[in-house]
Design a protein around this ligand. Structure first.
Ligand code: GDD
Ligand code: MN
Length: 394
């Protein structure tokens, strides 16, 4: 590992290597390259073909004198990002590319990239040049001086986001930061940042419990650590995107809410289950609205109720497909098949719901207790069954 004054000591996990080449490494800077990387940079990509070569060039410029590797983690982008990354890798062994098939999601991609990396410091950075790569050497220095995690922040003094964030996004980010502080006790000025570096030990310790869902991997890491962390924040200016477009839409706000609730429950509830339940409660509103419309149109009550039930199931299916299971989203004919299995699952769920409610009501005639127990049974059943039958992992 290179220390601040440039001397080289045995890097963690590379002792054998260092022993073999140690003497040479001390005298010939070129020979340093034979050691493993001191810094792994994970870059998640989706449709970033044009940006890939630029990112590599900028990292190489910023990190002259550091042994680094970059790992692009691509979710099978249709624009040829993988080909662009492989082309770079063929001429530069410091570049690697992980291609994920039939999976989508920023957090999951970052986690897999970090798992596939080997340096004792590991960073995550966006591919779209919005993050300031010239911060990397200072981040690495902070880690070498004892920080557990270093966060590139847009909201501390000296940082800025005006160029890269719309006003709505800016406001949303602030709001999310306040929620993280209040509910999770995470004291970061920018817990939504996608630009950070940490010690491998920290990542290894929290990795088994991280959620692959959503895009808040930094917040998840910090909130999941059992030990108090030595955190360093370095301000930077979030630049405007040059090529391509942002993949984060307004649904990420709901995902964020899911992460908060999941963390608040001490990880007892998964984000997916929280989202599924949120969608379920919107279904109730759809049901009541449709029932009212049906009655207003002159339908008999049982018909109106049936129509309303299918309307709610349909809207639940659509929302779950867009949000809860966005990483396994069903399209075309599969979506139609999915809808039919979802109707079936929900029908059985309703039987389970009514059965449990009756059973509870039998032992204790409290309508709200029985009703809640039945509804809970219904949502748990629907969640479990639809995850296997409707949105099963391909
Ligand atoms: N592998 C993979 N899979 N990569 C993805 C996915 C995905 O599903 N979605 C986005 N990415 C990649 C993009 O290609 C880009 O390199 C990076 O993740 C960030 O995505 P953007 O779409 O550019 O996000 P943004 O600029 O709107 O959001 C940034 O700022 C947020 C805070 O405002 C990101 O840094 C977020 O992490 C951050 O929370
Ligand atoms: Mn971006």
């Amino acid at each position: 590992m290179a220390t601040r004054d440039g001397t080289v000591t045995a890097g963690m996990g590379h002792d054998l290597h260092t022993t073999a080449t140690g003497a040479a490494a001390r005298h010939h800077p070129e020979a340093d390259r034979q050691g493993g990387p001191e810094l792994s940079i994970v870059v998640p990509t989706f449709n970033e073909a044009e940006n890939v070569p630029l990112v590599v060039m900028r990292i190489a410029e910023a990190l002259a004198g550091v042994r680094w590797e970059v790992i692009f983690v691509d979710d099978n982008s249709p624009d040829g990002t993988v080909a662009a990354a492989r082309k770079m890798a063929q001429s530069d062994p410091r570049v690697r590319c992980l291609r994920r098939i039939a999976r989508r999601g920023l957090s999951g991609a970052c986690i897999e990239g970090m798992l596939a990396s080997s340096a004792s410091a590991v960073a995550v950075m966006d591919a779209d040049l919005q993050h300031d790569e010239t911060l990397l050497p200072r981040m690495l220095e902070s880690i070498q001086q004892g920080a557990d995690i270093v966060v590139g922040t847009r909201f501390a003094a000296g940082g800025a986001a005006q160029g890269g964030l719309s006003r709505v996004r800016h406001w949303g980010s602030r709001f999310a930061t306040q929620c993280a502080k209040r509910f999770l006790g995470v004291q970061l000025s920018d817990p939504m940042s996608g630009f950070f570096m940490m010690r491998r030990e920290l990542f290894d310790a929290v990795a088994p419990g991280l959620s692959t869902h959503g895009f808040k991997v930094l917040l998840d890491i910090v909130a999941s650590s059992k030990q108090p962390l030595r955190v360093v924040e370095l301000p930077f200016t979030f630049r405007a995107r040059q090529h391509g477009q942002s993949k984060l839409d307004s649904l990420v706000v709901l995902e964020y809410l899911g992460l908060l609730l999941a963390k608040l429950s001490g990880d007892w509830l998964s984000i997916r289950f929280v989202l599924f339940s949120l969608v379920g409660s919107t279904g109730l509103l759809v049901h009541l609205w449709a029932l009212q419309q049906g009655l207003a149109l002159g339908l008999a009550f049982d018909w109106a109720q049936t129509v309303a039930a299918y309307a709610a199931m349909t809207s639940n299916f659509v929302l779950n497909n867009q949000l809860t299971y966005r990483d396994r989203r069903l399209r075309g004919l599969s979506a139609l098949k999915g809808l039919i299995t979802f109707y079936a699952v929900c029908s059985v769920g309703t039987i389970a719901n009514v059965g449990v409610a009756n059973w509870v009501y039998g032992s204790r005639p409290s309508w709200w207790l029985a009703g809640t127990a039945g509804a809970l049974m219904g949502v748990v059943f629907n969640y479990a069954a639809s995850s296997v039958l409707t949105w099963r992992r391909s």
